[in-house]
Design a protein. Sequence first.
Length: 243
Amino acid sequence: MTDYSPYRYNERSCNETGGDRMDERNRDAQFHPLDNQANEQKRQKALKDRCEEYKERLKKRDPQEVAALAAVSLLKDQNSKLKLSGIHLLETYTITWPKLTVIDSKGNPADLNKEALWLHYLDRADGHPLTRRWVNLSEIGGLFYQQAFQGYCGDELAEAWGDNLEELREKCLAVGGWELDGPGDLAVEWRVLPRLPMCLCYRLHPDSGRAWATMLFDAAANHYVAADVAAITAKELAEQIKP
């Protein structure tokens, strides 16, 4: 299993801003860590370099094995060239082989963040069975991120939706989720990547009606993405289900 993610540069930025003291400044450092042009250029370069590393490793592997371990389709185009295909947040992406160019559903090259996400996922996926046991971010290696992650995902969703379970349910289903029997008063699952399920657990206090929400992951998630990638991807999903 690859032991680092495409966002490791971001983690270094977090460490430099004061460890795990999760005030607002560090939350920004954690999920929006690059506030100026110079740092953004460094981030872009770091992501590009990491993507090239992924590509070099993936090119040495059997595409059938890569597809099987990541649960993506292996197809041939009209010119009999191989390509991988998978779905991320309701959008189908194609990854050419052996160039490993990531193409979005409109036929355009994916943006750098999506390219890094897909290449990281393909590189890391080891085919480990999903457990169907929901855990928080800290249990898949994200203890450092958990408090900030809760603030940016669960707490913001609870504040946005309050006790309006029915409209929240409708919004979740509209962006590709499906309702589960639990946990919580409302639980919705998504397959964010082919082997990366996520679950929104939403609860209302029985007396006050105050809402509490959190995003959960399959206990095997770190066999497919690093914890910081899981957090960033869950944040993207949470943005889609806000009112």
